[in-house]
Each structure stands twice: as structure tokens, then as C-alpha cells.
Design a binder for this molecule. Structure first.
Ligand code: UDX
Length: 438
């Protein structure tokens, strides 16, 4: 049995690496020749903890990397589609890469007797598998589902910066499809990979597709909920939002995770998936009132940070402000929909002088702001002469900041959006989101 994985981004490359390092024969395919070269020379096209180790191991075992889709279709029993479905200009998902890959699979299917099971892992709105992808493959291949190939949906729930652990031990595997034989084959593959302890759920394709959106919308809702409570806590001296989260999180009906107040959620998934499901709901005449409020609450966090800044510094034109953390979360170099990037854009409009620091995301940020901002070489350098430092991403090195590190600041004003310094005795003007100030 051979497995093909088309699209070697975070999801595809981690899945391919984990499968191969567990002994499954895998062909990983991507149309980007530069990426193929990088991966073949054991380099990662992006930063992701633990993945390099798994990739090296996989390449020394059974992972073959190729740009030849024909090879995948001719040789593989399962073909996982893990191409990106990024945000289009309108905010809705852009299916063009998925459509192109599906069409190419179809063309290759014409010339083979192989009947692969095609598994859609990319995030897609309900009905995409049956109403968009299936007809595309049928048309390009001249073959019918059930006869020349089968098609299933299998959304993933990986978190960037944690993809290896999440791939090794998912909380759930959802398989969407009605053709029993292929559903059972995919179940068997997952049982072989994970053993009996992982929960497998089978359903139809549209339900599987919707589970992914409902999941991400709920996570975004939890974050906006705690952020809203956090803004309220701000006005009540002595309150700490993290204690509130601990208190309610103990209730098994609520749970503690995703209740960390902060500058709002970012990343390549939550903002995009929320916007897509909002637009998707509207198409069906359903009013996504709650989800819109979740988005608006998310946007409020940045506005509140600016408010805090101006309340303390007055007019920020020409004021030197340092932003610590550019990636949308710690242990990642990804700046897609990062709240830090949004914050810097607003600060620049207000003509503030910006210096930034991030352990992994500087290179990704440079093309956006070019020479409009200063990219500090070290954390300490970034604090020199600034009038306020805003901690946006909770990188571990920022949690270690101490009094002496702030000594060269022109004004020792610290805004800590993640409360990572809150329990330290700092000799600075300290403001943290979610901590009620006196
Ligand atoms: C998310 C989902 O968690 C994952 O299941 C899905 O497959 C892809 O989208 P990811 O985008 O990698 O994963 O990041 P996640 O860990 O969910 O964080 C998203 C954003 O929310 C980050 O900006 C993070 O800092 C923020 N966040 C998260 C909070 O502000 N508070 C929290 O309690 C949790």
C-alpha cells in the first residue's frame, strides 16, 4: 500500500513525515520546485518545532518527494489532498489550488487502472467535496466515483507549532463519506497508524466538512468570550482574568483551554474560517449574529491596546514604541493575520516610530513594512530608548524579562497583552490586558 500526499505545507509535510517515519511508504508531492528542492535537502520551508527531525527520519526511510502528480496517481492507493485553501480578497476561502490539484488528479487518472481513494484534508465548506471536487475529477478523468476512484473527507485539527504532537496523537479522526468500502479502508489505515485508542468518527462528507468550521468557530468564540470578560476586568481593581479562567475552566462543561485572554486570535485558520462560515451562512439566509460578534470582539482588542497606549503616552506621533512578538503565536514564524502586524499598521498610521523583535518571524515581516520600521538584532537592543514596549506574542524569552533589561528605556512603560510578566516584581509602569488596575 502506498500513500500520496499532495500539497506539502504544514499539514501535508507533517502528515507525510509522520506516516513515513512510522514505516508507511509515502510520496509527498508539491508543484513548487523550490520547495521540493528544500525538502529533499532536509530543510524546512517554514519553522515548525520537531518537524525537521521527523522529516530527516522519514527521508531516510520511506518518504519520496516529487513534483510529478502522475507518479502519485499511478502508484498510490490513498491520495490525501492537503493543498491550501487560503483567504481570498473577499475573505472567503479560495479553492483555486484545490480545484487545480483535483483537475490534475483527474487527468492522471485517465491513464491508469489504479482506483485510488482520494481524501480531502484541506479545509472546505460543506458540500465542496461532492459538489465541486468530485465533478471536477469525474470530468477530467472520464471516470465515475465508485468505479474509477473514491472520494472521502477527512478534516484535520492541527495547531501550528504543535503539528507533530497533534499528528501523532489527534484528539479525533473524522472520516466523511458514504461509500462503506473506502471508509473502512481509511479507518483501517488510521487504526494501523494510531492503534485502538484514537477516537474515529464516521459521517457523511458535508457533516465532516462542517465539523471543522464549527470547531474553529467555537475556539474563536471561546477566545472572544474571555477577551470580552477581560476588558470588563480591566476596570475592576484587583481582578486577574487568569484566575477567572481558572475558576470557570474547572467546570467540565466549560474547560480551561482557549480561555487565555490576549490581543485577539490570529493565524491562517481561525480568522479565515470564521469569515468563511459567516459568508457561507449568509448564502443560506441564516444570520450569523454570534459569529459576527466574535469577530468584532476580536478587533476590539487591538483598539483597546491603542487606547491604553494613548492614555499613557498622549499623542503617539514620533514616540518610540517597541513591539515584542510578530508571529501570531509563540514557537511559530507565521505572521498571517497576526495581531502584531495589525497593531503596527495602526501605529504607523499614527506616525509612531516602531522597533520590532521576534525570535522567528522577522524575515516574514520585512517584506510588509520594509524600512518603515526598525528590526532589532537582539531583545535588549529593541528596548533601547523606547518610550513603551508592547508584548504581543508570549515567546519564552519575553517571560524572562527583568528590571535591569528595561534600564535603557526612555520611559519604562510596559503593556503586556499576554500577562507573561504579571507575577514579577517590576519597577516599571506596568499595564496588562485583563488585570484590573488601581
Ligand atoms: C487553529 C486550531 O486550533 C486548529 O485546530 C486548526 O486545525 C487550525 O487553527 P492555529 O491557527 O495553529 O490552530 O493556532 P491556535 O493555537 O488555535 O491559536 C490561534 C490564535 O488564538 C493565536 O493567535 C493564539 O495566540 C490565540 N489564542 C489561542 C488566544 O488568544 N487565547 C487562547 O486561549 C488560545
Amino acid at each position: 500500500m502506498k500513500i500520496g500526499i499532495i500539497g506539502l505545507g504544514v499539514v501535508g509535510l507533517s502528515f507525510a513525515s509522520v506516516l513515513s517515519s512510522k514505516g508507511f511508504p509515502v510520496i509527498g508531492m508539491d508543484s513548487d520546485g523550490k520547495k521540493i528542492e528544500q525538502i529533499n535537502s532536509k530543510k524546512l520551508p517554514f519553522f515548525e518545532p520537531k518537524l525537521k527531525l521527523f522529516l530527516k527520519n522519514a527521508l531516510s526511510k520511506s518518504l519520496e518527494i516529487s513534483s510529478d502528480i502522475d507518479k502519485v496517481v499511478r502508484n498510490c492507493d490513498f491520495i490525501f489532498l492537503t493543498v491550501g485553501t487560503p483567504k481570498s480578497k473577499s475573505g472567503y476561502i479560495d479553492l483555486s489550488m484545490l480545484k487545480k490539484a483535483s483537475k490534475n488528479i483527474g487527468i492522471s487518472l485517465r491513464h491508469t487502472t489504479k482506483k485510488p481513494i482520494i481524501v480531502i484534508k484541506s479545509t472546505v465548506v460543506p458540500n465542496t467535496t461532492t459538489k465541486v471536487i468530485k465533478p471536477l475529477i469525474e470530468k477530467a478523468s472520464g471516470k465515475k466515483t465508485g468505479k474509477g476512484f473514491d472520494i472521502l473527507t477527512n478534516p484535520e485539527f492541527l495547531r501550528e507549532s504543535n503539528v507533530i504532537d497533534d499528528t501523532l496523537k489527534p484528539h479525533l479522526v473524522v472520516i466523511g463519506g458514504i461509500e462503506k468500502n473506502s471508509v473502512n479502508k481509511l479507518k483501517k489505515l488510521y487504526r494501523k497508524l494510531y492503534g485502538p485508542r484514537i477516537k474515529l468518527m464516521t459521517t457523511n462528507t458535508q457533516t465532516a466538512e462542517m465539523i471543522k468550521y464549527a470547531n474553529n468557530s467555537f475556539l474563536a468564540t471561546k477566545i472572544s468570550f474571555i477577551n470580552q470578560i477581560s476588558l470588563l476586568c480591566q476596570s475592576i481593581p484587583g481582578i486577574n482574568i487568569d484566575d477567572i479562567a481558572e475558576g470557570i475552566g474547572v467546570d467540565p462543561r466549560i474547560g480551561r483551554s482557549f480561555l487565555n485572554a490576549g490581543p485577539g486570535y490570529g493565524g491562517s485558520c481561525l480568522p479565515k474560517d470564521l469569515e468563511t462560515i459567516i459568508q457561507f451562512s449568509s448564502k443560506f439566509g441564516s444570520n450569523p449574529l454570534l459569529l459576527r460578534a466574535v469577530q468584532q470582539t476580536n478587533d476590539l482588542q487591538i483598539k483597546y491596546i491603542i487606547h491604553l497606549l494613548e492614555k499613557n503616552l498622549g499623542n503617539i506621533t514620533n514616540k518610540h514604541i517597541t513591539v515584542l512578538g510578530l508571529s501570531f503565536k509563540e514557537n511559530s514564524g507565521d505572521i498571517r493575520e497576526s495581531r502584531s502586524i495589525e497593531l503596527i499598521k495602526i501605529l504607523l498610521k499614527k506616525k509612531a516610530k516602531i522597533t520590532v523583535h521576534d525570535p522567528k518571524a522577522m524575515k516574514n515581516t520585512e517584506p510588509i513594512f520594509k524600512n518603515q520600521i526598525v528590526y532589532a538584532n537582539t531583545l535588549l537592543q529593541s528596548l533601547d530608548n523606547c518610550q513603551c514596549v508592547i508584548i504581543m506574542t508570549p515567546w519564552k524569552i519575553y517571560t524572562k524579562l527583568k528590571n535591569s533589561d528595561f534600564k535603557n528605556m526612555k520611559r519604562k512603560l510596559v503593556i503586556d497583552t499576554r500577562r507573561i510578566l504579571s507575577r514579577k516584581n517590576l519597577n516599571v509602569e506596568y499595564f496588562a490586558l485583563g488585570l484590573g488596575t488601581n
